[in-house]
Ligand binder design. Structure first.
Ligand code: BG6
Length: 489
């Protein structure tokens, strides 16, 4: 409201995520006039720094939008002038009291809302929440806390974390972020489904043969091995990013677009799913590889990864939803690091056309004649539908072509980063794209038995060369469910 302050404190301000994503997203919001008039940005971390040094650090990653308005430099200066820093220990109530004094001084006694962004390792979440809520909560406005994953390592540790957080905060104050939910194409999924007559009626086992959720990165864990080895690709990508997309994809129509209505439907579909079984999962790990004069390291060459680690850097899995809409439809997930390309997409393969008059034009491989809808989340956002088409000419040759909506060509504007969308939503109190605690419980319930089995049985991952398409086991897994990965060939 007019005249009130908004103070955003980034806890873990000297870390990578803060530098690369959070401060630039805040600047982008300011640049586009989305932030309230009286806003302040505070950095808090253990590193000793002056306000000036923080500003210097932030300024290195700020960029203007492509239109490069003339006032960009001015805008950066104005933004940086609102940035301040306080260093302290994460578990010290005294240091958060000092922060509180500084915040009050800058807020000048006005009504002040406070948003804390915890960009810190999970083992100190609870300390920070305790100290910040006891000592630095807003006295006259709202206090909200954005929490980054990982939210525990399994059902038990996640519930324990939720229990601890709820000692100091109400569920309404906790914003669990999954940045994939802030990606343009993921947000668009509901629009595509629920506001186009041509899609929603087909969205079921009657017409859809399988759904594929694919995430691949063309780089390894370089530098992040310490964190990653403790979690692995299933926790890092599947249990959260891909499962969240799956829930949005497969949920029933919500009563409204209200956050609680959407999250109710997501929980329902997650609870209709079968917990993953080892026989429906393939795990892999990248090995070293040389190509010409270049050589690529194995995962276990990373100095921060323990020798002989069995942590998967790749996984493929088949999941099932036991409800009337999706009974028998395999949902295949595939996620991997150090693969041949960087890509995230949703592929929907439709059933065969019954009694297809053009059957003979497809030879024996009728799978090549089915429609496929692809939502390319990144890079280069696009939605395209593979259809059969007659090649112009006197003969009758059929060809698979694309109806193609390439965002870059259709909308000549830069797509905001996911963190901008999510920060803005947290500021506005919009919870639609944040994860509620019962959603989190349902997500862990699906993955925890599998993760325990993999770890207890010390399942050895299938090795694949850095820069390849991943372990061949992923193809056998898909084939067992009569699926062919849409991203291969
Ligand atoms: C993070 C994972 O959540 O998402 C990282 O911890 C991964 O391992 C990253 O690299 C991918 O995000 P994006 O937005 O670059 O696809």
């Amino acid at each position: 409201c007019t005249g009130s302050n908004l103070t955003i404190t980034v806890v873990g301000a000297s870390g990578d995520l803060a530098k690369k994503k959070i401060f630039p997203a805040l600047f982008a919001l300011f640049y586009e006039d989305w932030l309230p008039e009286n806003f302040l940005v505070f950095g808090f971390s253990r590193t000793k720094m002056t306000d000036e040094e923080l500003r210097n650090m932030i300024s290195k990653t700020l960029t203007c939008r492509i239109d490069k308005r003339e006032n960009c430099e001015d805008k950066m200066d104005q933004f940086l002038k609102r940035c301040f820093y306080h260093s302290g220990q994460y578990n010290s109530e005294d240091h958060f009291s000092e922060l509180d004094n500084k915040l009050k001084e800058k807020e000048g006694g006005k009504l002040s809302n406070r948003l804390f962004y915890l960009s810190i390792p999970p083992n100190i979440f609870v300390d920070v929440v305790r100290c910040a809520s006891l000592k630095a909560s807003s006295e006259n406005g709202w206090t909200r806390v954005i929490v980054e994953k990982p939210f525990g390592r399994d059902s038990e540790s996640s519930s324990e974390l939720t229990r601890c957080l709820k000692q100091y905060l109400s569920e309404d104050q906790i914003f669990r972020i999954d940045h994939y939910l802030g990606k343009e194409l993921v947000e668009n999924l509901s629009v595509l489904r629920f506001s186009n007559l041509v899609f929603e009626p087909l969205w079921s086992r009657n017409y859809i043969r399988n759904v594929q959720l694919i995430f691949s990165e063309d780089f390894g864990t370089e530098g992040r091995g310490g964190y990653f080895d403790n979690y692995g690709i299933i926790r890092d990508i599947m249990q959260n990013h891909l499962l969240q997309i799956l829930a949005l994809f497969a949920m029933e129509t919500p009563v409204s677009l209200d956050a609680e209505d959407i999250r109710n439907e997501k929980v329902k579909v997650l609870r209709s799913m079968r917990p993953l079984e080892l026989e429906n999962v393939v795990v892999g790990q990248y090995k070293g590889h040389s190509k010409g004069s270049k050589s690529y390291p194995a995962y276990t060459d990373d100095p921060t990864v323990p020798n002989g680690s069995l942590t998967p850097t790749f996984a493929a899995a088949a999941l099932f939803i036991d409800n009337a809409r999706w009974d028998g439809v395999p949902f295949l997930m595939k996620a991997g690091k150090a693969l041949h390309t960087k890509r995230a997409e949703i592929r929907v393969q439709f059933r065969h056309v019954p009694g297809n008059l053009y059957k003979k034009n497809f030879g024996t491989d009728l799978d090549k004649a089915t429609n496929e809808l692809v939502l390319r989340v990144q890079p280069d956002e696009a939605i395209y539908l593979k259809i059969n088409n007659k090649v112009p000419g006197l003969g009758m040759r059929l060809d698979r072509s694309d109806l193609n909506l390439l965002f870059r060509a259709r909308y000549q504007r830069e797509i905001p980063d996911a963190y901008e969308r999510l920060l803005l939503d947290a500021i506005e109190g919009e919870r639609r794209l944040f994860i509620r605690s019962d959603e989190l419980d349902a997500a862990w319930a699906l993955f925890t038995p599998l993760l325990k089995e993999i770890e207890n049985k010390k399942i050895a991952p299938e090795l694949y060369p850095y820069g390849s398409r991943g372990p061949v086991g992923a193809h056998y897994l898909a084939a067992r469910h009569n699926v062919r990965w849409g991203d291969v060939g």
